[in-house]
Write a protein that binds this ligand. Structure first.
Ligand code: BGC
Length: 758
């Protein structure tokens, strides 16, 4: 199969689509993300985000900073700017080569005076050295000879929130501009914390051509150099733009010195070298993450896009940052981190790049002090992780936002969506199960477990009449219903959180009594406390229904108006039914899985019939108003035998951004959905799960029209490749391990393919 299975292409230009394509064509390396801003257009939401650079200033809450834009590159034929929106487009093609991690722009533009110029640009953000990025421009004057002016610029006037006048905020002040001759640099500082950010670029021209009459200038918050290129009709000219970026988060040294040094080395070494190293780094990543779906081109491209962008959003050298809901691809959700990371994205990293998974969990450890402050502020003990998190673990959920009709409403999630605590603990357990990383669990994970358990003990309320502990006034994963009591997901997982903590505390005591004792001392926990924790945990109310099968999402849910979804759009997704005068929260319509979500996380604790009954009930009432939703129904559908809907939900998930089926791709990547895409393939079609006996299990099922599905995982340090076709399952591993395939036990021997024939 050729390259087309690696290419995401935009064939036609429509200025309205710029913001969407900026998200799709974002290039990121975990350290930073450049939205796929088209330098030859003036329209869009350009974005340059550096992980961990947050600021509040005049904004409602702390948000990720849109920093100075160093991608500006204007070309003028004499006095006419090559501006795609004001010139005639002769040819247009932009495409993302996911294999190599390169964004290509191939355009041919005719200026109002009739000068036609062909430009082929290649942009990359290095995966080898996160501080480097570059662009190569091949420029051909098609029907003229003369002068082209090249304007290389760094723009410090950028603001956040350009999509709405109310949200516009400036988070940086330009402190210094530099003439590096060759090259320019601009240093800016964030308003609140004074984080320093420097961007620098140099332009190089190849072959025997020279850039003449250089002019350096500073215009307020903009630094630029203007260069003159003498061109001959029909001849190709190659210009290379070298870029480097540093912040005071990376180094204590003088930023301009660090930057200059980096830029000069980069320049000397050559763009080609860096591109080669970058491609090689991507090859190594693909070796670990790639998924092959034979027989379904759209599914193949879609899954690659999702894992390409998810993988671009993290790297393993900074454990003070995590992945935001919109990753490094846009300002949506203000660059905040949600449960999206632990529950939706983390499994991908746990099973393909566990060192990154560890880093992401370390972010929670490193923000534990903020979580402790949240708990204290709200009158609780232990740690309360924020529903929305930025750089310090303090709660940053905005208090106000817009509802579906554009009305200003109070947002309660930051006050009530407590389940994030247990979600984090669940993911620590999931990470440990797959990696057996004792060092992490002992030295970091356990502290999170104990502090969150302590939180729950202080959060539950004793109902004396019923002799039970309740958790009231919460929001579960389904955010259509606020201030609810005894949400099944929240209560069940809180109980599980305490139970797992008690179990692992015993493990720690056996494993290393000194670490155990020191930790209890540090957290002011006594062994006797555990007895009380156990009593409380056993009495946490879990709202089962009478037959124990269909579970009520929260107390009183079944009394709400039952409005079924009857109509669907062309993608098969629900259309709003007539609410018959009821408010949304007074109906049984839900935003995303809640009971079903819990049954996915703790599948083994519910028999298949229970899962099926709940899936069938809630699926009919789910509006999928969150992109987190379809992938989960896809997986649950597969476990209970609803294969038709499973494929539909899978396709909806992988095309979330590519088809913009939630209508908001312009604000950034639906990062949870990229993780959900991976889970749909591996946990859904691959049927991979870990059972109570800690066996890795496979129960694959693939759609009729797929010929073969191949995925790679890491399981307890073994690199495992799984190939599923209609009549066999093949497993090959770099280490021996035990496996269950369709509930039958096997041993996989190192480097010896296990073939299971159906
Ligand atoms: C969803 C949450 C999610 C958040 C960020 C909301 O619309 O309901 O579950 O965490 O978006 O993606």
């Amino acid at each position: 199969m050729g390259n087309e299975l690696w290419i995401i292409e935009q064939e036609c230009y429509d200025v309205k689509d710029n913001p969407k394509y900026e998200t799709i064509f974002t290039l990121a390396n975990g350290y930073r993300g450049f939205r796929g801003w088209l330098e030859f257009s003036s329209y869009g939401f350009n974005g340059n985000f550096i992980a961990g650079v947050f600021d509040k200033a005049e904004a409602q809450v702390t948000e990720i900073v849109n920093t100075q834009n160093p991608l500006v590159f204007n070309l003028y034929v004499d006095d006419e700017r090559i501006d795609i929106d004001r010139c005639e487009i002769v040819n247009f093609k932009r495409y993302l080569d996911m294999k190599d991690g390169i964004l290509h722009t191939d355009i041919e533009i005719k200026t109002p005076k009739g000068k036609i110029t062909k430009i082929s640009a290649k942009r990359f953000v290095s995966r080898k050295n996160v501080h480097r990025w570059g662009v190569e421009y091949k420029i051909t004057p098609i029907n003229y000879s003369g002068k082209i002016f090249v304007e290389n610029m760094i723009d410090g006037t950028v603001t956040n929130g350009n999509y709405h006048p109310v949200d516009k905020t400036k988070h940086i002040r330009v402190k210094e501009t530099y003439d590096l001759n060759p090259g320019i640099a601009l240093e800016a500082h964030t308003i609140d914390q004074g984080i320093r950010i420097i961007e620098g670029t140099i332009i190089k021209v190849l072959n025997d051509t020279v850039l003449k009459n250089r002019k350096y200038g500073v215009f307020g918050e903009i630094v630029r150099e203007l260069l003159e290129l003498r061109v001959e009709e029909g001849k190709e000219y190659i210009l290379q733009k070298f870029g480097a970026t540093y912040t005071s988060r990376d180094t204590d040294d003088n930023l301009i010195d660090v930057l200059e040094n980096e830029l000069r080395n980069f320049y000397k070494q050559g763009l080609e070298d860096e591109i080669e190293a970058h491609i090689k780094a991507w090859q190594e990543i693909w070796d670990r993450i790639d998924i092959e779906i034979k027989g379904d081109v759209q599914a193949q491209l879609g899954i690659r896009f999702n894992i390409f962008q998810l993988s671009s959003s993290a790297y393993d050298q900074d454990d003070r940052v995590s992945i935001a809901a919109k990753a490094l691809h846009g300002e949506g959700y203000k660059g905040h981190v949600f449960w999206d990371t632990e529950i939706f994205m983390l499994p991908f990293f746990i099973y393909t790049q566990p060192e990154i998974a560890r880093n992401l969990l370390m972010y929670r450890y490193n923000t534990l002090d903020g979580a402790r402050k949240n708990a204290k502020l709200n009158g609780y003990e232990g740690a309360q992780f924020p529903w929305e998190s930025a750089d310090d673990g303090l709660e940053v959920t905005p208090k106000w936002g817009m509802d579906y009709d554009g009305n200003l409403v109070r947002i309660w999630t930051g006050d009530e969506e407590f389940h994030i605590n247990s979600d984090i603990v669940f993911s620590i357990w999931e990470y440990y199960r797959a990696t057996k990383d004792k060092d992490f669990l002992m030295n970091y994970g356990m502290e999170i477990l104990l502090e969150t358990a302590k939180f729950w003990i202080s959060r539950v309320e004793y109902n004396i009449d019923m002799d039970r502990y309740e958790i009231n006034k919460v929001i579960g994963p389904d955010e259509f219903h606020e201030h609810v009591n005894n949400n099944f997901y929240t209560n069940y997982l809180a109980k599980w959180n305490i139970e797992k903590t008690l179990e692992l505390a015993e493990w720690l005591k056996r494993e290393n009594v000194k670490v155990y004792e020191d930790l209890l001392k540090k957290l002011d926990i006594k062994e006797e406390d555990f007895k009380e924790w156990k009593v409380v945990k056993d009495k946490i109310y879990i709202p089962y229904s009478e037959d124990g099968k269909l579970i009520e999402q929260f107390e009183g849910y079944f009394d709400l108006k039952d409005i079924e979804i009857t109509e669907h759009d062309e993608n098969g997704m629900p259309l709003w039914p007539d609410l018959q005068g009821y408010k949304l929260g007074q109906t049984q319509l839900i935003k995303q899985p809640d009971v079903v979500m819990l049954m996915l996380l703790l599948g083994d604790e519910f028999d298949k019939e229970t899962r099926k009954i709940n899936y069938e009930y809630y699926e009919k009432r789910t509006m999928h108003k969150s992109s987190l939703s379809p992938s989960m129904y896809s997986i649950m559908g597969l476990t209970v035998g609803d294969t038709h809907n499973a494929y539909k939900y899978f396709m909806k998930t992988i095309l979330t951004d590519l088809e913009d089926n939630q209508g908001n791709a312009c604000f950034g990547l639906h990062a949870a959905s990229t993780g959900g895409s991976w889970q749909s393939v591996v946990f859904g079609f691959g049927g991979l799960h870990v059972d109570k006996e800690q066996y890795l299990c496979l129960n694959p099922w693939i759609p009729e029209h797929w010929d073969e599905l191949t995925f790679n995982i890491i399981w307890n340090e073994a690199k495992v490749k799984v190939v599923v076709s209609h009549n066999e399952v093949r497993v090959i591993s770099t280490k021996d391990f035990d496996i269950k395939i369709y509930d039958e036990k096997f041993k996989v021997y190192k480097n010896k393919e296990l073939i299971y024939r159906r």
